[in-house]
Design a protein around this ligand. Sequence first.
Ligand SMILES: [Zn+2]
Length: 349
Amino acid sequence: DMTKLNVTGVNLFARATDHLDEIIDQIQRLIDKGFAYESDDGVYFEIEKFEEFGKLSNRKIDELESHRELAETTKRNEQDFALWKKRDNVDEPVFHSPWGDGRPGWHIEDTAITEYYFGEQYDVHGGGLDLIFPHHEAEITQMEAVSGKSPMVRYWLHTGFLNVNGEKMSKSLHNFITIRELLEDWDADTFRFFVLSTHYRSPIDFSKDSLHQSEKSLERIKKFYSALDVESCDVESDLEALTEAHDEFFNSMDDDFNTPKAIAAIFKLITATKNEELAENDKIAIKAFLDDVSQILGVDFYLEETSAGSDDLFNLITDVRSDLRAAKQYELSDKIRDELINLGYEIND
Ligand SMILES: [Zn+2]
């Protein structure tokens, strides 16, 4: 499904169950360094030992209380979070550890895995806005405590929610649509373009109307692109509208991936050159720029000759023509036939 959406950059999906050794090893090092302790029902991180807790979300330890486990525990402090949970339910799958059978805490899996593949510090960590607290905060706490190095991550990228009628799209609310269902009715590029039309940190409101809007907008770029009708080659162009669009596109992308602003630069270019007779070198330069944009956004600008939509339209027109012939309105039906032939269709009565 992700490949169909042209999301092809992920080369590894790590499984927590394949990294139990790394998880246990990281917990042990946290205990050795005095940040974690074992109790009757698990191993816990002692938050008071890590002074910088809360630096990502600007929230305080007290607020963690709302996330505490409901069951009675033997934690030293209410806010301490679990690194290992000893078996509390025989029906659950368990794993072996020096602290008895059980399972890892939610946060430790991630830092054990990222330390294994990326090391103690790395550049980018993504996730939904709802993961900042407490999850990402706990990740920073664990990793920086164990490594003694800061920051664990240089750039955090938190995405806004995908909403349906103002509510978060989620499994539990039953207001979700799968990628497969989506792609039955919509082009993958249309969906990508729809997503890119909103800044990644902002919420996206999913609706047929907004998808339609994206479809139309993308179509406009595609028509502009195909009308250029030039071969790529190295040329110089000092077309002002192109220079402006180029600068605005790249400056916007450099500004925390402001994709809606970057896309707006393309439409400015289309509008600015609409009534101009463009020189060949300018057309070639615009095409080269749009090829770059297409590559960066991962959206194809080639106009498809026969999309499902144009098939429907073609059938509609030929149906109307049949009705006209049946009603002996030959002048009109012949006119439609000639126009269709002009468009490259073959009509056989
Ligand atoms: Zn995580």
